[in-house]
Write a protein of this length. Structure first.
Length: 134
């Protein structure tokens, strides 16, 4: 996925677009978020973010839309003037109208299962590693 962080002093806005062609069905997501940055030095910072996304997945002739709320902590280290690396921990929470939640392995937890309405809320921990361009 691609993301852009628009910075102002300590706070920042996040704009995100991503696609997932894996698992036999393509899906894409668009999102917006906000965050705050704690700078430890010129090269090291910690971002505390909350990102909200809309996840769109085709299901046969239909389209499923889920909402994802993702609190996260991201540690960044600038290596060169315009390049750095980051590692992040997040806990995405998905609000789904699917018939049943999609499993993301043994770490997925169903937080609310409302069979009568066919809606689910599930969550899982995630780790991200990437390249930052300043």
């Amino acid at each position: 996925g691609l993301g852009d962080v628009y910075k102002r002093q300590i706070t920042h806005s996040i704009y995100s677009v991503s696609a997932n062609p894996i698992n036999g069905r393509a899906s894409f997501a668009v999102g917006l978020g906000v965050g705050a940055r704690i700078s430890f030095s010129e090269r090291v910072h910690l971002d505390i973010d909350v990102l909200a996304r809309t996840l769109v997945s085709p299901l046969g002739n239909d389209v499923r839309t889920d909402g994802v709320l993702e609190p996260r902590l991201v540690l960044g280290v600038r290596v060169y003037e315009a390049v750095g690396f980051f590692v992040g921990l997040a806990y995405p929470i998905r609000f789904s109208g699917a018939e049943e939640p999609t499993s993301f392995g043994g770490l997925t937890r169903v937080l609310r299962d409302t069979e009568a309405s066919g809606s689910y809320v599930d969550a899982w921990p995630s780790l991200s590693v990437g390249l930052e361009l300043f």
